[in-house]
Design a protein around this ligand. Sequence first.
Ligand code: ADP
Length: 260
Amino acid sequence: MGGLIAAVSIENLSFSYNENVVLHQLNAEIEPFCLTVILGKNGCGKSTLLKLIAGLLPYRQGEISFSGSKLKKLNLSARAKKIGFLGQKHKAVFPFTVGQVVLTGRSGYVRIVPKKQDILIAGHALEKVNISHLKNRYYTELSGGEQQLVMIARLLAQEPEILLLDEPTTHLDFCNQINLLSLLKTLTKNRLTVVAVLHDPNMAFLYGDDFIFMKNGKLLKPEHPAKPWDEEFLQSVFDHELHSIPYSERALIVPKKIER
Ligand code: ADP
């Protein structure tokens, strides 16, 4: 991506909840129009980092910049248009149809009554996620996986420059995980930057362009950055005995010991 300014740059970022320091002087650059995956064990700080990038947690130490502009200097409306964030928990409280929920993604743009343009954009977002058939269903009556897809469509209706997704595949069945990751890849090709926390290193290596590894609130850098699926490196990230089996120019990761 030589020559392109980083979509997000993180410099010496530290963060603590009260006295508890959970991120220690992180430095990272997120490439534009790539799918960057954040990997690491539970509790290592992935969600905290994503929320900081989304501007949802106030940071005191270090800096986060979007295409060179400091996050702190962006007002709320600029952030809402730039950044689409999907957290781990979204409550199923909307007493709305899917079409209406997706239209609320336009709230950064819509004053009182949505314009024709907003309704069109919301419709396109449903098409992109392949859920137009759910448009008139009630959000609260959908499965967890379908609700997740509605939330992604809602984010797309927002037309952000960057999507920040915390475990977006959690409620999805295997094929829908594949569909969602393929969709995210397509979005990057259409000039959207996507950062996703994923639990599954296999999904990460099948679809990711770039990877951020975290452990105990710090970033771990692989010895060979172009081949982060190195067995020893991944064992140190996950503290688990793992095999890295070459597959499709990358690797599949499986446990070394399988109890049956
Ligand atoms: P991950 O997403 O990698 O599982 P988190 O970013 O959620 O990790 O958490 C990192 C650390 O911060 C954990 O030790 C967690 O207990 C702590 N933590 C997360 N959220 C809060 C919070 N709201 N208040 C206090 N501590 C928190």
